[in-house]
Design a protein around this ligand. Structure first.
Ligand SMILES: [Zn+2]
Length: 345
């Protein structure tokens, strides 16, 4: 599957663009992984190992490089993909299917394979991430005033408003009077996350490529009111604590949560928060903890409905035989989180 080591090392040293997306270079001495074209100084051959995918590199415990950002979309892919990426970026509301790709002279199979390889996610997941990501990122990049005062930055950024409205199908003005939730884009070593909070607490924290995210957002909007990009003390707190968690400096979160669900859901989510950092539980353990030993299936389902990833640690629940099973953010992320907590006690 991978080109020869000699060939990859040559490509790495020469920053050969044609190898973008074909491999990632993992540097043993620094513990980071890079794109072939990274501008940073190249490692000695004996210190490099090569990974075919982002997941592969993450699974081996490497972190993405800050210089070439191998996990950020839009750069790693081969040149022929650029027009498509640009189109998705500028029209985040497009939902492209096989037919649309063929019309553009692209082979859907090849496109899907390339997305898997370059971005570590499916073409559909990439589009979902972009629908949200483009909107959120516009605020991030287009507003230098962001850190000083996010509100001012947001007010002045009508382009972002438009993009956000396209994604959410609602404008802040229309929702006057209803509860306002603020949304923030948070970069993590596992890819960007979307955090949403209101005065009652953190409502949602999810990886932006999560399949259920759009549904969850619409549900939040329906029940609570408008979601607008912006700042909130709870969002800042979440961003700060997540950073500490990923740096291995935080084991527990103390962020006010506003979880809404049935009595059983709330009980199950509370039980999740009792699983200590670095440990795992099985689904039957969890069912016993909430007093319904027979409810193993229900526990699995309720875990999947958790909207606050990482902070409510549903990633700490595994099968009785120790194997991982589904995780909303993808199984590779679950593995990464479990390993992270074991390695950074
Ligand atoms: Zn790099």
């Amino acid at each position: 599957m991978l080109p020869s080591t000699t060939e990859m090392y040559r490509a790495l040293v020469e920053r050969d663009q044609s190898f973008e997306g074909l491999f990632f270079a993992c540097v043993r001495t620094t513990g980071i992984f890079c794109r072939p074209t990274c501008r940073a100084r190249k490692p000695k051959p004996e210190n490099v190992e090569f990974a075919a995918t982002i997941q592969d590199a993450l699974h081996r415990g490497y972190r993405p490089c800050r210089v070439c950002e191998p996990m950020s979309a839009g750069v790693a892919a081969p040149n022929w993909l650029d027009p498509l990426l640009e189109e998705i970026r500028t029209h985040p509301d497009l939902r492209m299917r096989d037919h649309d790709l063929r019309v553009r002279g692209l082979d859907p199979v090849q496109v899907r394979r390339t997305f898997k390889r370059s971005f570590g996610m499916t073409f559909q997941a990439y589009q979902r991430a972009c629908r949200l990501g483009t909107a959120m990122r516009a605020l991030h990049e287009g507003s230098p005033t962001l850190d000083a005062g996010m509100d001012a930055g947001f007010e002045s950024d009508s382009g972002f408003r438009a993009a956000f409205a396209r994604v959410f199908g609602d404008t802040p003005g229309r929702a006057r009077g209803s509860v306002l939730l603020s949304a923030m884009w948070i970069e993590t070593p596992l890819g960007p996350m979307l955090a949403i909070a209101g005065d009652l607490g953190l409502e949602l924290l999810e990886f932006v490529d999560r399949r259920a995210l759009e549904t969850e957002l619409r549900e939040l909007q329906r029940t609570l009111g408008a979601i607008v990009p912006g700042d909130h003390p709870i969002l800042r707190q979440t961003r700060q604590q997540l950073r500490e968690y990923f740096e291995g400096r935080r084991r527990a979160f103390d962020i006010p949560l506003n979880q809404r669900g049935s009595a059983f859901q709330l009980k199950a989510w509370r039980a999740l928060c009792q699983i200590p950092y670095g440990e795992t539980r099985s689904y039957s353990d969890m069912a016993r903890d909430v007093g319904s030993p027979a409810a193993v299936r229900a526990i699995g389902r309720v875990n999947g409905q958790n909207r606050i990833a990482i902070v409510v640690p549903c990633h700490r629940v595994i099968r009785s035989d120790g194997s991982l099973c589904g995780y909303g953010g993808g199984r590779w992320r679950k593995q990464w989180l479990i390993d992270h907590e074991r390695l950074k006690p």
